[in-house]
Design a protein around this ligand. Sequence first.
Ligand SMILES: Cc1cc2nc3c(=O)[nH]c(=O)nc-3n(C[C@H](O)[C@H](O)[C@H](O)COP(=O)(O)OP(=O)(O)OC[C@H]3O[C@@H](n4cnc5c(N)ncnc54)[C@H](O)[C@@H]3O)c2cc1C
Length: 360
Amino acid sequence: MELFDVAIVGAGPSGATCAAFCAAAGLRTLVVEREKFPREKVCGDCLNPACWPVLRRLELADLGRAAPHGKLEAVEFIAIGGQRAHVNLPPGDESEIAIKRSLFDNLLFTRARELGAEIRDATVVRAIARNSSHHWMVAAGETILEAAILVGADGRNSTVARLSNLLPGPERERVALQTHIPLPRKFGNRVVLQFLPEGYSGQAPVNENELNLCLVGRPPTIASLRRWAERNFEIAADHAWRTITPLTRAPVSAVHENLFFIGDAARVVEPFTGEGIYYALRSGELAANAIVKIIRGQNRQVTLREFARAHAAMYRGRLWINRLARAAVLSPRIASLFVNAARFQPPIWRLLTAKIVRSN
Ligand SMILES: Cc1cc2nc3c(=O)[nH]c(=O)nc-3n(C[C@H](O)[C@H](O)[C@H](O)COP(=O)(O)OP(=O)(O)OC[C@H]3O[C@@H](n4cnc5c(N)ncnc54)[C@H](O)[C@@H]3O)c2cc1C
């Protein structure tokens, strides 16, 4: 049986980042990923500037900038009645961009492999168990693998959390639809956050030809949001959309004795503020630092406590704005009143936007 220091379930931004740092430190690192890469994902495709320092440490910042992407110079909020509030985003080399997940996730995936991680994609993890030496046995596809440490990086519906009886009950309050469509003429270098009676829509150019279009609503009204999008963007009724739910769920504790949860598997944030990828990258890096220390024999309890503190600190000072955003998007009519008010109080919106779109 193959023995690994660390087995990571999921090769999204959190899993691939964790794998890259673990492999770079010389750990025998395995990643098991359900999908065949490259693959798209339900996402607004926006990279918060806070991602750049982690990408630099992965030596991926230049590759990220060289890949086709959309420049985001401003965010435009549109109220239900059509009123608009416009906020400029910080300029520069490490500004907010939009990049398709098929490209971005594949950069991370490739980097992890280059650094020595063994990646098995198109392979589903269906069962996990601990053996007598407290190692994890992971049923991945047709194979059983053994690892000292297991990482759940498998997203908001984490199989690892479910199999460990840690996954919080489903909150099927909202559902998201996402697709890429031809970029409307003169769309401009902006991300649009548009409130609609049934929910909201996010729109961002991801390259010179394509627009990322996301819709977030409740199950009974999502079909009506989709019809709105079909009318507004001339999308055929049989167009294929990607979908995901839930948009919200309670967090899972990020650290257990030899089990870590990172990215969405640990905590799902409101997509409206476009920060999930940052949390995924940074939590992947923090977990890798801790795992390397444990495998090298440093004090496990101290290391776990340090990781738990750093993981909590990553969200501190950021979560309040995410909660505010969630409260706003749950009531698009009230959010629209705020957009109207913002037209007369631009400094408040500039401040709120700056709290979200900032480098760490
Ligand atoms: C509508 C919407 C819009 C969003 N927009 C943005 C945005 O603009 N910017 C932003 O930063 N964030 C955004 N997010 C959030 C962002 O998409 C996530 O936070 C991010 O993808 C989390 O990365 P991750 O690596 O933790 O998980 P994921 O990206 O979900 O990766 C998990 C991986 O695990 C794999 N997997 C799952 N189960 C198994 C299994 N049993 N076996 C093997 N592999 C498995 C999956 O195939 C997947 O590749 C948005 C989210 C939504 C829903």
